[in-house]
Design a protein around this ligand. Structure first.
Ligand SMILES: [Zn+2]
Ligand SMILES: [Zn+2]
Ligand SMILES: [Zn+2]
Ligand SMILES: [Zn+2]
Ligand SMILES: [Zn+2]
Ligand SMILES: [Zn+2]
Ligand SMILES: [Zn+2]
Length: 419
């Protein structure tokens, strides 16, 4: 019978035709016995009389058949339709895009995925759909998502952003706002062009700071300069005078600033030997630079007679302090009653071996030297005619490198109370 080997319905084993003999009765009986379809393992659940098994097999969906196109495949009836339509190498395939006919294997190997008429999405994801044959040109020349170079700065951009870029592109050529030249200038060079180079830009005369108010295009400035030499020279002279005044004021201000102390004024008197000799010949008062005792303090000057003065003449060094009219006298307290001390330094290199000589006093409110000064009368200050004797001055290192160093210290109220 067609479609395989018959099996014994009793034990499901293959039948041996040599041992089969016709038996009318038995045949009827056998033909009426119930059997399963031979494709039960593939999933067929048919059960029926042996008599109609062949009828079933002729249409059993699990029964294996050779492909009618003779491609060599054997497959269940169930899959045949699918095979003939989609996978059989001998089937006829009509390309859905170009409508040409192909044998199945030729279609798969040579046409599928290559049909020039296949409609595809642009690979740049621009949203365009076009036939394969137009795709390359689209992506190269038309697609608004293609990569392009800015022709001015040579950087890469997605085509659709190129225009926006060129509103900012530093190399994009723009026209000079002064319309100086028909040639365009790269945007990033425009500032420099206008401020430094543009012949049409209006510029100020280079003597502007001296007071010349003339303005004209750069190209005609040379003419202005040539024609105004006298005028410019006068402006420069005036400027120079003004600046000289300012310099003098600044020097004065600087002088006051550098003579502010924190209450300690140190005065180095150099060329001692020569000055001493001059003092011995005729009494000479050496007066220090004036100094302030604080930023807004009292103004003072110290003075020294190297060969002595008054009771100390010829044997002592005398020191005095004098209060001078100062900038802030109207806001200071008068009379001046802060403690003042004079010291002469022992300039021994070893700090511990030094024996400075110091004298100090607290002004009495009644002393005339410490009332609010009206003007510098040149009168002698208050101090010590016998501050230090010449004998002592020659000892130790009071004189060193032909110099003596004197300190004037003005204690603030706060220091006043400490012992
Ligand atoms: Zn079946
Ligand atoms: Zn086939
Ligand atoms: Zn095609
Ligand atoms: Zn595209
Ligand atoms: Zn650019
Ligand atoms: Zn220009
Ligand atoms: Zn000028």
């Amino acid at each position: 019978s067609r479609g395989g080997v018959s099996k014994c319905p009793e034990d499901d084993r293959p039948l041996d035709y040599a041992q089969i003999y016709p038996d009318e009765e038995l045949t009827t009986e056998v033909m009426n016995s119930l059997v399963r379809c031979r494709n039960v393992k593939d999933g067929c659940r048919w059960v029926g009389k042996l008599q109609i098994l062949q009828v079933h097999l002729d249409e059993c969906p699990f029964d294996a058949l050779p492909c009618p196109l003779r491609c060599g495949a054997v497959l269940p009836r169930l899959d045949l339709e699918d095979h003939l339509e989609f996978t059989c190498c001998r089937r006829q395939v009509v390309c859905e895009f170009c409508s040409k006919k192909f044998p199945g294997d030729v279609y798969e190997k040579q046409h599928s995925g290559q049909c020039i008429s296949e409609v595809m999405w642009c690979e740049n994801k621009c949203g365009a759909r076009l036939e394969r044959r137009f795709l390359a040109n689209h992506m190269r020349n038309e697609c608004h998502k293609r990569t392009v170079l800015c022709q001015f700065c040579s950087r890469e951009f997605v085509q659709e952003t190129l225009q926006t870029h060129q509103y900012q592109c530093p190399r994009y050529p723009v026209v000079c706002p002064n319309r100086c030249d028909p040639t365009k200038i790269p945007r990033e060079d425009l500032d420099l062009h206008v401020t430094e180079l543009c012949p049409s830009a209006t510029i100020s005369c280079s003597f502007r700071d001296a007071g010349c108010k003339h303005k004209c295009p750069r190209f005609s400035m040379e003419k202005h300069t040539a024609e105004n030499v006298q005028h410019h020279l006068k402006l420069m002279c005036d400027l120079s005078k003004t600046q000289q005044t300012q310099i003098t004021q600044l020097c004065n201000a600087l002088y006051s600033l550098t003579h502010i102390t924190d209450g300690e004024f140190i005065w180095k008197i150099s060329n001692y030997k020569q000055k001493f000799l001059e003092s011995a010949y005729k009494s000479v008062e050496l007066v220090s630079e004036p100094f302030y005792t604080a930023r807004y303090g009292y103004k003072m000057a110290a003075s020294v007679f190297l060969n002595g003065n008054g009771a100390g003449e010829g044997k002592y060094l005398s020191v005095y302090i004098k209060i001078l009219p100062g900038e802030y006298d109207n806001i200071l307290e008068w009379p001046f009653i802060l403690p003042i001390s004079f010291s002469i330094y022992d300039q021994n290199i070893d700090y511990d071996l030094r024996a400075n000589i110091t004298e100090s006093f607290v002004p009495d409110p009644t002393w005339k030297h410490f009332q609010k000064p009206v003007k510098d009368t040149g009168a002698l200050g208050f101090g010590y005619p016998k501050f230090v004797s010449h004998e002592i001055l020659k000892t130790r290192d009071y004189i060193k490198d032909d110099s003596i160093i004197i300190k004037v210290k003005v204690d603030s109220y706060r220091n006043c109370t400490s012992p």
